[in-house]
Design a protein. Structure first.
Length: 292
């Protein structure tokens, strides 16, 4: 069950990364802020992978075709999911896009069972669905909702593709060195972030050089985001190497109360009574998914 505290640590670091990225978004735009986690996280990911590999007796690399295929597929799917999420937010609202993205939790369970042979019990399935409902209520926007054509499809698609990319990352970690999941996961993070850095940097250099310059200019803030992002990814990948993605994704929603506390302290944000109730429902689902 060590994957549970590892997942909680990953969620906390992810909140820190998101807070750092938020300060960069204005000048670099959403794609520039997305690049930050890859470009500035890659050096840290390489250090983490090197240290873990050297500190793991008996570690043996198996860079087989399935490993490279899973890394490339996961990297591409994660970028595609980000594009779908940005589209949903653009065609509706930020809050609504975030709410629809929560469909990734049940999709993680479904993809794992259908395509990757994961076996989870009925309590875990029920917990995942309860946590999904709680998350949707927690993040659903209040007041009038503006919904443009294709917003729902893009939002639900982002959740589905994020879940599929996570399962690809799990398969890559298991393929590289299944006997040493932590070292294997950190090497996988390094490879995936290298692929994403090359791909997204090339795209921005072609389509939006100004965003690329803004990312470089904000390097001081970007280093913090890169470190937190690489550390969070390392812990996420390690947890997913130890457990199917569905339960990990369910426990990972502990990020929501952590983010709420951070928002209250850093940005003076407040939760409504309804959101607090939704948070408790989500917590019940998380416990069921973790212990099921």
């Amino acid at each position: 069950m060590i994957w549970i505290p590892i997942t909680v640590g990953a969620a906390a670091l992810q909140v820190a990364r998101n807070a750092a990225q938020r300060s960069i978004m204005g000048g670099a735009g959403p794609w520039g802020a997305t690049l930050v986690r890859f470009l500035f996280g890659l050096p840290f990911a390489a250090v983490f992978a090197g240290v873990a590999w050297l500190a793991t007796p008996g570690a043996a690399a198996h860079p087989t075709a399935p490993f490279w295929l899973a890394c490339a597929a996961g990297a591409g799917l994660q970028i595609a999911a980000t594009a779908a999420l940005l589209t949903a937010m653009h065609r509706s609202t930020f809050a609504l896009g975030t709410a629809m993205q929560q469909s990734g939790l049940p999709f993680a369970l479904v993809w794992g069972a259908l395509f990757f042979g994961d076996h989870v019990g009925p309590i875990t399935w029920a917990g995942g669905l309860i946590a999904s409902a709680g998350l949707a209520a927690l993040t659903w926007p209040r007041g009038e909702v503006v919904m443009r054509r294709g917003a729902v499809l893009a939002g639900l698609g982002s959740g589905a593709v994020f879940a599929l990319s996570a399962n690809c990352f799990r398969q890559a970690s298991l393929a590289f060195d299944p006997a040493h999941p932590a070292a294997s996961a950190l090497v996988t993070v390094m490879v995936v972030q290298a692929i994403q850095t090359v791909g997204l940097t090339s795209y921005l250099a072609w389509r939006n050089p100004a965003a690329l310059r803004a990312v470089v200019a904000a390097w001081r803030h970007s280093l913090g985001a890169g470190f937190c992002g690489a550390a969070a990814s390392g812990l996420w990948f390690t947890a997913m190497a130890l457990s199917p993605v569905g339960p990990v994704r369910a426990v990972g929603v502990v990020e929501m109360p952590i983010a709420a506390l951070a928002g209250r302290r850093l940005f003076q944000e407040r939760l409504t009574a309804l959101q607090a109730v939704a948070g408790l429902i989500t917590a019940v689902g998380v416990v069921m998914a973790a212990l099921g």
